[in-house]
Design a protein around this ligand. Structure first.
Ligand code: FES
Length: 167
């Protein structure tokens, strides 16, 4: 008999896990970002197609690949739905908590799955502006999602000897 205790996932997490939206690679992205590491399985990659529209840079399309758990797949999936069609400045303001709330709440042990997804998005947005004029709304200071993603990658580096992802 299994001794594993099932995690208390919300019906919405299970729904997105079973039927993820916007999953799979994109052939012609404007920017790609990766957070986490494939060594332990906790990794997410985002593909963003961005177009300029007046003053705004808009996420025309977004897709993801996840090598994480059910919560990570659900978080990435709902994140893509939240930011698709939105200006980057609005996408920037999406937090890991917003993603968790959108899923009906994640178990505390799974917060990092949402943090990793949002960390990848923020990394993609910073990467997009690396060679472009930086907008006023983009802070110098790292967000909590970026800091925690980097901390996690540093731990993985110590355990598995892999360098952190910076793409
Ligand atoms: Fe690590 Fe979900 S991505 S436990």
């Amino acid at each position: 008999m299994s001794t594993r205790i099932p995690l208390p996932y919300s019906p919405k997490v299970l729904k997105y896990f079973r039927n993820p939206k916007n999953m799979g690679a994109m052939s012609d992205p404007t920017v790609v970002s990766t957070a986490g590491s494939p060594a332990c399985g906790d990794m997410i990659r985002l593909y963003l197609k961005i177009r300029s529209e007046g003053e705004d840079d808009v996420i025309e399309d977004i897709r993801f690949e996840s090598y994480g758990c059910a919560a990570n797949i659900a978080a990435a999936s709902v994140l893509t739905e939240l930011v698709k069609g939105k200006p980057l400045r609005d996408a920037w303001n999406v937090t890991w908590k917003r993603v968790s709330d959108e899923l009906g709440g994640l178990p505390a042990i799974k917060y990092h799955c949402s943090i990793l997804a949002v960390g990848a998005l923020k990394r993609a947005i910073r990467s997009y502006y690396r060679d472009r004029p930086k907008p006023k709304w983009l802070p110098e200071e790292l967000t909590v999602e970026e800091r925690q993603t980097m901390e996690e990658e540093a731990i993985l580096e110590r355990i598995y000897g892999l360098g952190p992802n910076t793409t």
